[in-house]
Design a protein. Structure first.
Lengths: 306, 490
């Protein structure tokens, strides 16, 4: 156990140091790539809290991300400052998430996932229908941006990622995380131990929605635009799922590795054109097949000392 | 005693599932330090009663009082918080956490805000582990533990919140005799703590030594109540349980001496890691023979059958109609006519009875399939009535018949039946026994039966092997079994 903790801790420290030093040696272009990857990492971690711990397969992470991004964008267009918009966006994501989860969590098995999937499609429709306000498929420009400097943007994203990672990872290792795992694995068993299963799952959903919405809002003010392709599209969901499974389900931090891998390789392999998605997907598939616990899950796999 | 308020008081409990009345007007009271046995054959509704008390199933009508407080209609977690602990028969611990962490989980408050366990939780978890005998394995993970320790862990979790009422589902299922003694002592400890205990089990015998009173159920209703002795003597209970005596079904001496063996297992050995599961085991089955392999749980019966079916690697050789089965895939072995009906049944719970049977007959031509189906529905009339019902909703006995019928749909040359009586009440055993007898009389089928229950295995057998601790210790005809092995078996 102590070995596991120590190995994980060293790995995390090393990554933080590499992350901190990046602006010193990395060009503005790649700083931008990493900035996106960091926001994406928060999406992935939030999703893992629901899937890996509470055991709920949420096919609608982009519902909460999108609600957060568009709510923040709309508020900004109405003249509110960025911090207020971020808070408003996160709040909207939580409220939207609750509205979705309350009825959906009553359902068992694959139905929860299907409901969340339908929610995303509804959001997509709403954005298109109210194109006069949302910009429809073109996207919604926002007047303010976090910064025009790639380095400053990098620091915003990096700081946000660090805070999110510490909180989400901390939650997953806390008593709450343990209870969540129990409810995810065996509802009746957890209830018989005196845990209000619905309450805990809703809480997990809330936390997941909060960070998803916040990250969606930040991403909007980083790019200056909220668009279907960057925050709502189902292909974003697919990438989140791949990032988590690649990085390691039930590790929270694995989502960061997975996201950076996906987005960085997508960039690095751009010269090979169409083949790049193919290669990235191929690598992801191989990891899922041969290391079902994901990269981090494999690195930190528990070894029984007994 | 009588003026003490019962810790658990149930009255007028009724539950319907669709048209089926699963529990009808059941009532009982358990006082501090008292153990009540709730017994009944499969499908009698005893497990449903336990789920109703725990709030896992919704109560239709009736009352459940905990120390005088009405809890009917409460959600499970509130009932648990109010002092009811349940020991499930099947344990599903958190496999990535240690035993200690699993026990700690049960000690945590139902709070979203308390993120770090209080210090007393660790101490208390260790105390509980000590009490149930898990102290030595406290830092191991559940997948590395033997079955009895997993049961202890369930016990520990149920005890964690110091419940006044403890419900135990089949306390001794799957345990060896030595372990049964240890678990009896643990349950007796609940009594000394002044808890009220409800033991749910198939038969009186296994809980007789422990219980103060027994309530016997059959098809959802109370049929008898009293001390273990009274209930065992009760005429209704005896009729429901024992039914007619299981008779022998002798058949004319089979002329198998001259035939060559259909299946010939030659000194095979199987290892699971370091543990030897089979040691120099040789068994042969001639065409048309009904051979029983009897042995207690853990003797190696399932391992033997899995080796024959190609599911576990072995050394030695297995010949099937003169060809070696070495290196053949399980699918090919099944296609060549060795069909196993595993003890876990492996039915498709969401498919109907008919669909399960049709799946078994997939490779047959339509006419063949229809003929086989008609024959099987005649052999197991209950399946005929239940054709459209989902397999998962059948009672244990019906599921077993369906599993056998599905295996027979494949028109096996050799049918391997692994522990078909597992978890079945005697009244069902008799039906099953009759079906096997008809099967043996009316078809030329060859059967290899693995059983713990000797009284079930013997009447049908032409020849018997006794498997004990991975070795064959006796072989002979059933008539000689009683005098040569009768006392030594148990």
């Amino acid at each position: 156990m102590s070995l596991l903790r120590r190995r994980g801790l060293w790995l995390a420290l090393l990554l933080v140091m590499v992350g901190c030093s990046a602006p010193g040696w990395m060009g503005a272009y790649y700083l931008g790539v990493f900035t996106t990857a960091y926001y994406f990492s928060v999406f992935a971690m939030s999703w893992d809290l629901l899937f890996g711990f509470a055991g709920e397969v949420n096919f609608g992470p982009t519902f909460m991300i999108g609600v957060g991004a568009y709510a923040a964008g709309l508020m900004n267009n109405a003249g509110y400052s960025i911090p207020l918009c971020l808070i408003g966006g996160a709040a909207a994501a939580v409220v939207g998430g609750m509205a979705l989860a309350m009825p959906a969590l009553r359902l068992r098995g694959p139905y929860f996932g299907l409901v969340t999937l339908v929610a995303v499609l509804l959001l997509l429709d709403c954005i298109v229908i109210f194109a006069s306000v949302t910009g429809g498929e073109i996207g919604m420009m926002v007047p303010d941006v976090l910064s025009v400097s790639a380095e400053v943007n990098y620091w915003y994203a990096f700081g946000f990622l660090l805070v999110s990672a510490v909180i989400l990872y901390g939650l997953s290792r806390s008593s709450l995380g343990l209870i969540l795992q129990a409810t995810g694995q065996d509802r009746i068993g957890a209830a018989a131990l005196g845990f209000n299963v619905t309450k805990h799952k809703l809480a997990a959903f809330c936390v997941s929605a909060l960070f998803s919405g916040l990250a969606g809002g930040m991403l909007t003010f980083y790019g200056g635009i909220a668009s279907v392709d960057t925050v709502v599209s189902l292909s974003i969901t697919v990438q989140i799922v791949i990032a988590v499974v690649f990085g390691g389900r039930r590790t929270i931090l694995g989502g960061i590795l997975g996201s950076i891998f996906l987005i960085l390789f997508d960039e690095l392999l751009r010269p090979i054109g169409q083949l790049n998605t193919f290669v990235v997907s191929g690598i992801a598939l191989a990891v899922i097949l041969f290391f079902p616990d994901g990269a981090l899950g494999w690195l930190l796999r528990p070894r029984d000392d007994a | 005693m009588l003026n003490i308020t019962p810790l658990l008081e149930v009255s007028g409990l009724t539950k319907r599932f669709g048209g089926l009345v699963a529990v009808k007007d059941i009532g009982f009271a358990i006082r501090p330090g008292e153990i009540l046995g709730l017994i009944g054959p499969n499908g009698s509704g005893k497990s449903t009663v336990m789920k109703l008390v725990m709030g896992i199933e919704r109560i239709d009508t009736g009352s459940v009082k905990l120390s005088g407080t009405e809890v009917a209609g409460w959600p499970t977690h509130r009932i648990a918080r109010h002092g009811v602990g349940i020991v499930f028969q099947h344990s599903r611990p958190l496999n990535r956490q240690t035993v200690l962490e699993n026990i700690k989980l049960a000690l945590l408050p139902d709070s979203l805000l308390r993120l770090v366990a209080e210090p007393h939780v660790d101490r208390r978890a260790r105390e509980i582990a000590e009490r149930v005998g898990l102290a030595a394995v406290i830092n191991r993970r559940p997948p590395t533990l033997p079955f009895a320790d997993l049961r202890r862990l369930e016990m520990a979790k149920a005890l964690a919140r110091d419940p006044q009422v403890v419900l135990v589902d089949e306390p001794f299922a799957g345990l060896t005799l030595g372990e049964v003694a240890v678990f009896s002592e643990l349950i007796d400890g609940f009594r000394r703590d002044g808890r009220a205990v409800l033991l749910v089990d198939h038969n009186v015998k296994s809980v007789a030594a422990l219980v103060d009173r027994v309530l016997a159920m059959y098809v959802g209703q109370r049929i008898a109540e009293g001390t273990a002795d009274e209930v065992m003597q009760d005429a209704t209970v005896r009729r429901v349980y024992i039914g007619g005596k299981i008779e022998a079904h002798p058949r004319k001496e089979l002329d198998v001496k001259g035939r060559e063996a259909l299946l010939d297992v030659r000194s095979i050995e199987v290892f699971y890691g370091k543990a030897q599961a089979l040691q120099q085991v040789s068994v042969h089955v001639n065409a048309g023979e009904f051979v029983s392999v009897v042995g207690l749980n853990g003797a190696g019966k399932t391992t033997l059958f899995n080796a024959i079916s190609g599911l576990v690697p072995f050394t030695g050789d297995i010949h099937w109609a003169t060809e070696s089965l070495h290196g053949r895939s399980p699918a090919r072995i099944a296609r060549e006519g060795i069909v196993q009906c595993p003890e876990t049944r492996e039915l498709f719970g969401d498919l109907s009875v008919r669909e399960n049977l049709d799946l078994g007959g997939q490779h047959l031509s339509r006419a063949e399939r229809d003929a086989q189906l008609a024959w099987l529905l005649g052999l197991f009339p209950i399946l005929n009535e239940r054709q459209r019902q989902r397999a998962g909703t059948l009672s244990g006995g019906e599921q077993q018949m369906l599993a056998i019928a599905r295996a027979l749909m494949m028109k096996p040359k050799l049918l391997i039946l692994d522990e078909p009586t597992l978890g079945l009440a005697p009244v069902i055993l008799e039906q099953l026994s009759k079906a096997l007898a008809r099967l043996r009389e009316t078809t030329p089928i060859t059967v290899l039966l693995g059983e713990q229950n000797v009284t079930f295995a013997l009447p049908h057998a032409d020849r018997v092997y006794v498997l004990e601790h991975a070795r064959i210790v006796w072989e002979g005809d059933p008539a000689r079994f009683a005098e040569e092995m009768g006392t030594g078996y148990l």
